[in-house]
Design a protein around this ligand. Structure first.
Ligand SMILES: Cc1ncc(COP(=O)(O)O)c(C=O)c1O
Length: 386
């Protein structure tokens, strides 16, 4: 038989999602794929029940139901400090996953280069291959995961079409400062590149840090495709609701790509999620308080176990330094961790361009009792020592 497409040879299935399957097989507590085991807000669930009876159940407008775009525009205009036009600037997608892919397909021609910071969220590797982009990797160096400005400018000198910015970052928990975003913005303007952001953790940024939208910096809205999602903010990762905010000139193209990829995000879920988009500021304060407490709980548990980690400023991931365990393969360690300790984690190597083998990623978006049980089990991590 003929070979399947060459473009799919360049990447494997997602290691994150694979580790969820391994966790299920081993009956391990799944701290690999980042999703909560607690319920979405009541307001959204009651609205979902009403929508089940009253609809809509048919396609929405391809770039998103009007009331969803209006509610989103109102919320994001306040956050981004400028008027977002619900008719022109928003494309509703099936999660930020589709948003990022649609953005890449809309901006990149095969062979164009895009800057990707390493470590990076693993989807970007596949996004680049599927859209034909050639990544230029620029390292973010621990402990603060900052970049070297000269190194970044050298990458920009190659005239990349775009830079991909995950802020707050998965897997490092890095939150980019105003100064860092200014450097990136000035370089993007100087070398005429687009910025494609992934800001799914915009509401999970710990004190005293603040989330800054790069699109809100001077002259940046025009060249930024801001991808976001309701998945993490409202604990509805299964609903597959995301969006891209970009000026009309770019949104026109995004909408064409999105239409032929998916036709649209689920209309009943858009309708129900409006209840979330309309919630007041106290909802986001409570969400942050919840995650701040979970971060404290989880990190103090890790301190007790005596294993090194990077403290996240945003999102809900922790990178553990597992070098004392003496494994050569972080994948092998993660499989042993699931099988013998009963906790699912993601091998750090799946996020790095560089040859990194001593980190694994865990997340703490779980009920407190789940986290306590996971920490109890993690006490057993030392028995894996070689
Ligand atoms: C940085 C980042 N982007 C996107 C996603 C997926 O978002 P969505 O559910 O909106 O597709 C995740 C999920 O873990 C993520 O961590």
């Amino acid at each position: 038989m003929q070979r399947l497409s060459d473009r799919t040879n360049g990447f494997t299935d997602s290691v994150i999602r694979r580790m969820t399957r391994v966790s299920l097989e081993c009956d391990a507590i799944n701290l690999s794929q980042g999703f909560p085991d607690f319920d979405p807000p009541r307001e959204i669930l009651s609205r979902l029940a009403e929508v089940a009876a009253s609809g809509p159940h048919q396609y929405a407008i391809t770039w998103g139901a009007r009331n969803f775009r209006e509610a989103l525009a109102e919320k994001q205009s306040k956050l981004m400090g400028r008027d977002i036009d619900p008719d022109e600037d928003i494309t509703v997608t099936c999660g930020s996953t589709e948003a990022m892919m649609t953005a890449m397909m809309s901006v990149v021609n095969p062979g164009d280069e895009v800057i990707v910071f390493s470590p990076f969220y693993e989807n970007y590797g596949a996004d680049a291959i599927l859209s034909g982009a050639e990544p230029i990797y620029v390292p973010l160096r621990p402990p603060l995961f900052g970049f070297d400005t000269d190194e970044l400018e050298s990458a920009f000198k190659r005239r990349p079409k775009a830079l991909i910015l995950c802020n707050p970052s998965n897997p490092t928990g890095k939150v980019f400062t105003y100064e860092e975003l200014s450097v990136i913005s000035e370089l993007a303007k100087k070398y005429d590149s687009y910025i494609i952001t992934d800001e799914v953790y915009e509401h999970i940024v710990y004190e005293p840090r603040r989330h800054i939208y790069i699109a809100s910096l001077p002259g940046m809205f025009e060249r930024t495709l801001s991808c976001g999602s309701l998945s993490k903010t409202y604990s509805i990762t299964g609903w597959r609701l995301g969006y891209i905010i970009a000026p009309a000139r770019i949104s026109e193209t995004l909408r064409k790509v999105h239409d032929f990829l998916t036709v649209g995000a689920p209309s009943p879920l858009q309708e129900a999620a409006v209840a979330g988009l309309k919630m007041g500021e106290e909802y986001y304060r409570d969400l942050l308080r919840t995650y701040t407490e979970k971060r404290e709980l989880f990190l103090s548990g890790l301190d007790h176990i005596g294993i090194g980690y990077t403290k996240p400023d945003g999102a809900y991931y922790v990178m553990l330094d597992v070098s004392p365990l003496g494994y050569e393969s972080d994948m092998e360690l993660c499989v042993d961790l699931a099988e013998k300790v009963g906790v699912g984690a993601v091998p750090g190597s799946s996020f790095f361009r560089e040859n990194v083998n001593h980190l694994i990623r865990l997340h703490f978006a779980k009920k407190d009792e789940t986290l306590y049980e996971a920490l109890n089990r993690l006490e057993g991590i030392w028995k894996l020592k070689r």
